[in-house]
Design a protein around this ligand. Structure first.
Ligand code: ASP
Length: 508
């Protein structure tokens, strides 16, 4: 499916059309109130006024999640928080709150925006639906078909080394950029007093470690706890290896069948990729808040630039690695990975992209045994982009709080950023959630993390692309370093003959 000519191009076209549609929705179709619009206002009580928007108009809703979140609704360019003041001044009233009744009429914009949402979510949910069977079946088959535990040790060791190594390089690139650009410095005059305002969740690190072991594997599956699921599956597969092929043949054959079926489903879902990716992106762009971005533009803009430049550099570094150690042409690599990168860009989720990533990896001469182990583990644990982003963000906050972090402290940031990235799930904005771990490691408060939510979407799109690129690059490198695991030998199912029911237990 992915090798079909023009498929990658179609998915890429989906991105472009999605961005254009999103911009159209954002800027040209009827947006919010214009100066001069007449509103019907009712005084509900002495202190509350209710505004009913005219049909066909809507108030832009800006909600800033996070610690110091103040939810605001903008009406005709006036933030709802400022609206009482403006109204009191004009009318001589003394109200203190304004309620807005939104969407009194059907307008094209919300309708189209809603359609882009539903369409995109259909694609995303179909992909997510495949995560559980895909991870379980592929990891199990990947490990069990290695044949002996030594091979697994070698493969596992190499994979861990590349994953952790490249994440550390990512944080180093990020830290260099953020030290050079210093995007947080200009906020220091306002924020420096906040630096001491409280330690944050110090339990995070131990929680993160304990979370790896699920107390109930079925619950881990049901709640899509990918780390717990992976842990159980790896142990299960190790037990299969230890027992030997013949005794575990029925289980192996079952999961191999499941694996094949899931990939047929992946193929079906992928036919929707150009549409799904386009709609997801259109919705993201259409629901951005331009006004908010404007107010924070300078400092956050510099921060975004810093993250983007560092991610780009790291992406180029990964392509260099695939050339040098994976002996693979980076241009071909990018071509082959375009569908997966597009889906990562649209979904902001390495886990949701995993089915596509695996299909793309298969087109690069990587054996199923390498791919089935390295890629699912990577989608869950290997997050170069996230580690880089966390390191840059923490330094940004340190600069904004006026706290100088020595080289030693920056090394602590790099190391904890890698741990926090490994602990982050492959879902949208997960990196922001585990960031408190890194902040607490260097004693900074998390009170301003909420600010980053406002600009996280585009940054998350890019770091998710880098995350899955790292997985694919490592797959290719591990393949090159293990020439004995040839793709031609993938069909090892015949080694798993069903058990002869007439044989005595000792024979088996
Ligand atoms: N969205 C990222 C991923 O799925 C995780 C993150 O950095 O938030 O890979």
């Amino acid at each position: 499916m992915l090798e079909k000519k023009g498929f990658a191009l179609k998915v890429f076209a989906g991105i472009i059309v999605g961005i254009l549609l999103g911009l159209l929705l954002l800027f040209t179709l009827p947006v919010g109130l214009q100066p001069g619009d007449t509103l019907t206002a009712t005084l509900l009580d002495e202190s509350t006024i209710e505004i009913v928007l005219p049909a066909g108009k809507e108030a832009g809703i800006l909600s800033i999640d996070g610690t110091d979140s103040d939810e605001a609704v903008k009406t005709a360019g006036v933030a709802i928080a400022d609206a009482p003041g403006v109204i009191n001044e004009a009318l001589g009233t003394s109200i203190s709150s304004v309620k807005v009744k939104d969407r009194t009429g059907v307008t094209i914009r919300p309708l189209v925006t809603e359609l882009t949402y539903v369409g995109g979510q259909i694609f995303l949910r179909l992909l997510k639906m495949l995560i559980v069977p895909l991870i379980i079946a592929t990891v199990l088959i990947g490990i069990a078909s290695l044949g002996d535990i030594k091979k697994l040790g070698r493969l596992g060791g190499m994979t861990a080394m590349w994953y952790i190594g490249t994440m550390l390089v990512g944080t180093a690139i990020g830290l260099t950029m953020v030290n050079l650009i210093a995007p947080g410095a200009q906020l220091a005059s306002q924020w420096s007093s906040l630096a001491k305002d409280g330690a944050i969740a110090d339990k995070t690190a131990s929680e993160l470690i304990l979370r790896i072991i699920p107390t109930n594997p079925i619950q881990a599956i049901a709640t899509l706890d990918v780390v717990g699921m992976l842990f159980f599956t790896i142990l299960f597969a190790l037990a299969m290896l230890a027992m030997g092929k013949r005794r575990t043949a029925p289980v192996f054959n079952f999961f191999e069948g499941l694996n094949d079926i899931v990939f047929v489903l992946v193929g079906w879902v992928m036919t929707l990729a150009p549409w799904g990716v386009g709609l997801l992106i259109a919705h993201t762009v259409a629901t951005q808040d331009v006004a908010f971005l404007g107010t924070m533009a300078e400092s956050l803009g510099k921060f975004a630039l810093c993250v983007t430049a560092a991610l780009l550099l790291h992406w180029l570094f990964l392509l260099t690695m695939v050339k040098v150690f994976g002996k693979y042409n980076p241009v071909t690599f990018v071509k082959r990975m375009t569908p997966a990168m597009s889906v990562a860009f649209g979904t902001n989720s390495s886990s949701a992209t995993l089915p596509v990533t695996m299909e793309c990896i298969e087109t690069m001469g990587v054996s199923k045994r390498v791919r089935n182990f390295v890629a699912p583990v990577g989608a869950t644990l290997n997050m170069d982009g996230t580690a880089l982003f966390e390191a840059v963000s923490v330094l940004f906050f340190a600069q904004a709080f006026g706290v100088h972090l020595s080289l030693g402290m920056q090394i602590v940031v790099a190391l904890t950023a890698v741990v926090a990235a490994m602990g982050a799930a492959g879902i949208p904005s997960a990196g922001l959630v585990t960031m408190t771990l890194v902040l607490s490691a260097v004693g900074l408060p998390a009170s301003k993390v909420g600010l980053l939510w406002a600009i996280d979407r585009p940054l998350d799109m890019m770091r998710t692309v880098v995350n899955i690129t790292g997985d694919a690059v490592t797959c290719r490198i591990v393949q090159t370093l293990n020439p004995d695991l040839r793709p031609e030998d993938d069909d090892i199912a015949e080694e798993y003959e069903p058990i002869d029911p007439t044989a005595s237990h000792d024979d088996i």
